[in-house]
Design a protein around this ligand. Structure first.
Ligand code: DSN
Length: 423
């Protein structure tokens, strides 16, 4: 596998192969990760990486852009097709290098330094770029945060009260760890009442939205940002969608506002991924993501575990270990040693430090890409519950690890790459 890399640089090659092997053998339950197709990865690994193309198609600052112009236009057209709702024409910018870059470009167009905005608190499922004091969004602008209710759902009364009190320029909705449907219409009504611009960061749920299994942020939101590599299953990158009249300002904020040359190889991979997401099979995939998450959540609850909000409507769930002897960090390590990759996560009312946490975030996009269904989701939930109940049982750990590897072998990942079998 990767013979040119092997010949040129055996040291890097060894680590790349080890990572492919890890992905094949282990089960990825990190809710923000997925397994992109070989076609997406081929586009990403293509010589388009060599090309400078600052500007937009037809209006570049460099010569020789005729082919990358075609690629970027395909990506833009497909993104528009994926996310447009009737009566709400959209503009898109496919150049942001990441979701964080997309968010900072959007903020640059919508606010002046010191302006006020609202976002979801990080420890309640928000994102660093939604106004955390350690991120530029929290340093340049004045951020106020809404939180979840005790039952784990968004508190729209609190959002309205904060909006009336602070009169923010921008209201940000969207989350990194929220297991329930986001009511974009309710956010829209509040934004209109206080004359704020409504921005949604749909990085986690973009694939669900594109497939029509989560309500669209349009027409309620003015601007939407996302990553392209989570449920959308494309290359690592960002994307901005905006009501058409706003896109010109967004384009300038991406380049020259916050970025230099776009990554044309990644834009080609985005085009491929958007093409995949337009296929009927993508909707079936996303429905299965939801079914697997719901089966896993139900089983964990049956096994006596508490989930934030009691369950899930989307691709992820948050295991609440506040009253469990194991912390989120302990659980991440324990499950990781069995080959189940997860991330520790803060929970509402967190009593432990953010490096330790009382929660574990679990998501089904990657396991569903491998072809796993409800039965496997229930089996994995049982393994998680067994391990958390007996964390010191070495025999159990060895058995789960062996059974998990056998299961992953039945759902091979990237078999076309060869190099040591599927699992
Ligand atoms: N780090 C991503 C996540 O895991 O949700 C968000 O950017």
């Amino acid at each position: 596998m990767f013979s040119s890399l092997l010949a040129a640089d055996p040291e890097v090659h060894a680590s790349v192969v080890a990572e492919v092997t890890r992905q094949r053998h282990d089960l990825e339950l990190i809710a923000s990760e997925n397994h992109a197709s070989l076609a997406v990865m081929e586009a990403m690994g293509s010589p388009l990486t060599n090309k400078y193309a600052e500007g937009l198609p037809g209006r570049r600052y460099y010569g020789g852009c005729e082919h990358v112009d075609v690629v970027e236009n395909i990506a833009r057209k497909r993104a528009r097709e994926l996310f447009t709702v009737e009566g709400c024409p959209l503009g898109v910018n496919v150049q942001p290098h990441s979701g964080a870059q997309a968010n900072s470009a959007v903020f640059l167009t919508l606010m002046q330094p010191g302006d006020t905005f609202l976002g979801l608190d990080l420890s309640h499922g928000g994102h660093l770029t939604h106004g955390s004091p350690v991120n530029s969004s929290g340093k340049i602008y004045q951020a106020f945060h809404y939180t979840l209710r005790e039952d784990g759902y968004l508190d729209m009364d609190q959002v309205r009260d904060l909006a009336r009190k602070h009169r923010p320029k921008v209201i940000v909705c969207g989350a990194s760890a929220y297991p329930r449907t986001i009511d974009f219409a309710a956010f829209g009504a509040i934004a209109r009442e206080v004359d704020a611009v409504l921005m949604a960061d749909i990085a986690h749920i973009a694939g669900l939205v594109a497939a029509g299994v989560h309500p669209s942020p349009f027409p309620h939101c003015d601007v939407v940002t996302t990553t392209t590599h989570k449920t959308l299953r494309g290359p690592r990158g960002g994307l901005i969608l905006a009501k058409r009249e706003r896109i010109k300002a967004m384009n300038s904020a991406v380049f020259p506002g916050t970025q230099g040359g776009p990554l044309m190889h990644v834009i080609a991979a985005k085009a491929v991924a958007f093409g995949e997401a337009l296929q009927p099979s993508f909707r079936i995939y996303q429905q299965q993501v939801l079914e697997n998450a719901s089966a896993m959540a139900d089983r964990l609850v049956e096994r006596g575990h508490r989930l934030v909000s009691g369950g899930t409507d989307n691709h992820l769930m948050l295991l609440d270990l506040s009253d469990h002897p194991l912390s989120g960090k302990d659980a991440e390590n324990l499950l990781g040693s069995a080959g189940i990759t997860v991330n520790k996560n803060t929970v509402p009312g967190e009593r432990r430090s953010p490096f330790v946490t009382s929660g574990v975030r679990l998501g089904t996009p990657a396991m569903t890409t491998r072809g796993m269904q409800r039965a496997e989701a229930v089996q994995v939930a049982d393994w998680i519950a067994d391990l958390l109940a007996s964390p010191s049982d070495a025999t159990l750990l060895a058995r789960v690890r062996a059974d998990l590897h056998a299961l992953c072998g039945q759902f091979p990942l990237y078999p076309e790459l060869g190099g040591g079998g599927a699992a």
